[in-house]
Design a protein around this ligand. Structure first.
Ligand SMILES: Nc1ncnc2c1ncn2[C@@H]1O[C@H](COP(=O)(O)OP(=O)(O)OP(=O)(O)O)[C@@H](O)[C@H]1O
Ligand SMILES: [Mg+2]
Length: 214
């Protein structure tokens, strides 16, 4: 489903260059559950953004079902992001002027998706918070909203950047159960997580260190 081929990403700041990704190559098959681990600054978020069509690599290719996503025109790349990928950002990126419900509703096209919202809210304890704005939420509540927004439209590929990083064990378990259900229903998962439980469940583990696969 995904082929990451010799991907590099260099950041330049004040004339200094820094290789955040340094020749990353791996494959993700449909139905895989892959976890990415590695110390802070090792390139995990950069890698996920690159796969999600959000950061163009300096060199190398990201192939989704054989198509290099960075060779697509802007509309087609947007479509890839919208239709194929659910992304849970490490910093959530909720729309501040929309309520919890509206943030999730935004990504729903199908009636079945809209109908599923309250069910997901109920499972994750967000139902009483549905009319609140992101600024009125705790960090864990924002994280749960961001997670449901990513999963609600049943994307082919779920990219999640430490989706349980700010949650208490009970809420983390609820989100991991939802991720497992998504996976069991045929979804493909690539997630950054340091939780040992997640690592045990994952079929594959990628260890990053200084922008390289170790
Ligand atoms: N926009 C940017 N400009 C310059 N350097 C950046 C930028 N974004 C990330 N970096 C650098 O690239 C490296 C990789 O960052 P990245 O966010 O991918 O790490 P990470 O593994 O996700 O870390 P964490 O576990 O803390 O989230 C870091 O050293 C970071 O300082
Ligand atoms: Mg990160």
């Amino acid at each position: 489903m995904l082929t990451i081929n010799n991907v590099t990403k260099t950041y330049t700041k004040h004339g200094m260059t820094f290789k955040a990704l340094d020749g990353i190559t791996f494959r993700v098959e449909k139905g895989d559950f892959t976890v990415v681990v590695g110390p802070s600054g090792s390139g995990k978020s950069t890698l996920l953004h690159t796969i999600g069509g959000l950061i163009r690599p300096g060199s190398g290719q990201v192939l989704f079902k054989g198509t290099d996503i960075y060779k697509l025109n802007n509309d087609a790349l947007n479509n890839y992001r919208k239709k194929n990928v659910g992304f849970v950002f490490q910093q959530f990126h909720l729309v501040p002027w929309l309520t919890v419900y509206e943030n999730v509703r935004l990504v729903c096209q199908a009636t079945s998706c809209i109908k599923a919202i309250n069910d997901y809210f109920d499972k994750s304890g967000l139902l009483p918070l549905r009319n609140k704005y992101p600024s009125e939420l705790s960090v864990g509540e924002k994280q749960r909203t961001a997670f449901i927004r990513a999963i609600i439209s049943n994307p082919e590929l779920l990219l999640a950047d430490e989706p349980t990083g700010n949650l208490d064990p009970q809420n983390a378990a609820i989100l991991m159960d939802m991720t497992r259900d998504f996976h069991k229903a045929g979804g493909t998962v690539l997630l950054v997580s340091h939780s040992p439980e997640t690592s045990t469940y994952a079929g594959k583990r990628i260890i990053l260190g200084s922008g390289k696969i170790l």
